[in-house]
Structure formats: C-alpha cells, structure tokens
Design a protein around this ligand. Structure first.
Ligand code: C5P
Length: 260
C-alpha cells in the first residue's frame, strides 16, 4: 500500500507491442537490458516508486515466456507484501492494450499511471511528480522534456524529372513551446475511462494515430498538465537507444533509478 494520501493507484504497463523496429525478432518487452527483460525493469521501476497498490501488465497475446517471468515476480512481490500483479493479453493497438489492462483494474483504485515497457528506466522521481500533481487536483498529468532539435511539419514531395522522392517543409512550430512527452502518464480513473470509451468509437485509421493516452483526454476536452520528465525515461525503439540504456545501467555516475 502506498502512503500517498487517500488515493489508491494502479500502474498499467503496456508490453504487448511487437518491437519490430528494434530488430531482435521478439517482442520488445522481452529484449534483455542489463541481463533482464525490459519489462522486468519497468515493473521493478514502478515498485521502487512505492506508488502502485496494483500493477496491471498487458502482455503479447500467447507469449508464454514473459507470462512465466511475471508469474515469478508475482510470487516475489507477494512474499514482500508488495502490490498485486495482474496479467492480461494485450490488443492489436497500444490503445486496445491499455483498455484490456483497465478492465483488470480493481474497484477501489482511484487513479492510474500508464507506462510503456519500452521506457524501462523511468525513475521514481517522475512517478512522484505525477502523483503530486494528481493529489493536487489534476485529472491528467504527463512527464515531458524540452525539445532540443528544431521540429518541422513536412509533406511528401518529388524533385526533378526523375521524381526523386523527398519531403517539403510546411512550417516550423516555435521550439520553446514544444515538449517531448514520456510515460508514466497519470490520470484520475473516471476521466481515463471516459477517454477510452471515446477511443473505442474511433475507426482503425484514427485509432492508429493515437500514440498516447493524454491525446484521448485532450479529445474529450479535459486539461492535461505537464511535469518534468527525465532523460533516463528514454524510449527504446532502435538498437542505438538500447546501447544508451545499457550505458546508463552500467555507468558509475548513473546508478540505476537515480535521476539524470
Ligand atoms: O510501438 P511503440 O514503441 O510506440 O509502443 C509503445 C508501448 O506500447 C510499448 O511498451 C509496447 O509494448 C506497447 N504496445 C502494446 N500493444 C500494442 C502495441 C504497443 O502494449 N498492440
């Protein structure tokens, strides 16, 4: 049980993606980082934060190995009086995986933090900032970093007689107003359920454009608030990201779970 006042928190970890871009030929959540699957780091990170009363994990459908690793963790957590760990089968899209996990959230839970297994090193400090904002009345809170690159909107274009395929710049949003958004994202549970009821009505094309839960909360007209994220919460998508995460785990100046 956490000591965050009267709120009871579930952490949902979505781990049902195929992870094709990483090129390991296995679901990304299973790819080893520092000798353990990424998902195990994500679960241990949530536990370390002291936030969850319950953890719900959406696993790749039919993946026996990750399920068995999680079941071992369940026993470990029960032995140390930790939160309950619920395992569900994920869906075809991230948003469907979130909904499958929400179906397993206990009736006494008041707020949910949704986290990607693809961000295995998110530190406890980020969980604390999210829950502090929720405890202060926010219904949706997301962690973010300022953007360092200049970002441009582009459209497909062609050049010359050969029709060389390139892109044409349409515009450049002011960098000072841009943020790169991470997880865990925190929501008051009724707000999140309303947002996902809306998501369930979207057609496949619109659903594919939903890349985080905050987008859905924005779509139903609720305010979404932003707190400071962490460079340790990097999203592992490419082999280069994995190298960086390995270095973060091994670097003597970056001990595990200490914020950078
Ligand atoms: O594909 P992407 O890296 O954006 O996925 C973000 C997170 O959503 C990952 O942790 C992935 O496992 C999860 N996901 C999921 N179910 C899907 C697709 C993605 O749980 N169908």
């Amino acid at each position: 049980m956490n000591d965050l006042g009267t709120g009871k928190y579930a952490v949902v970890i979505v781990a049902a993606g195929s992870g094709e871009r990483l090129g390991f030929g296995m679901p990304k959540a299973k790819v080893p980082l520092g000798g353990e699957p990424m998902l195990v780091h994500a679960i241990r990170g949530a536990l370390k934060s002291g936030v969850p009363d319950q953890i719900c994990v959406a696993l790749p459908r039919g993946d026996v190995e990750l399920r068995s690793i999680c079941e071992t963790l369940t026993v470990e957590m029960a032995g140390s009086n930790g939160p309950a760990l619920e395992l569900v089968n994920g869906g075809d899209s991230r948003s469907e995986s979130v909904r499958a996990a929400l179906d397993a959230v206990r009736g006494d839970i008041t707020a949910v933090l949704i986290h990607d297994a693809a961000r295995p090193l998110a530190p406890a400090e980020v969980y604390e900032r999210i829950t502090a904002a929720l405890a202060n009345g926010a219904k949706a809170v997301i962690p973010a970093l300022a953007v360092v690159d200049t970002i441009k909107n582009v459209e497909p274009a062609q050049l010359g007689d050969s029709g060389l395929r390139v892109e044409r710049v349409q515009g450049t949003p002011a960098r000072s107003q841009l943020r790169a958004i991470q997880t865990p994202q925190g929501f008051d549970l009724p707000t999140l359920r309303r947002a996902h009821e809306f998501a369930a009505t979207l057609d496949a094309e619109a659903a594919a454009e939903i890349t985080d839960d905050a987008m859905l909360v924005e779509a139903i007209g609720e305010d979404v608030f932003v707190v400071q994220g962490s460079s340790h919460s990097l999203k592992i998508t490419t082999p280069t990201d994995l190298l960086l995460a390995e270095a973060l785990l091994q670097g003597p100046l970056a001990p595990r779970w200490v914020e950078g």
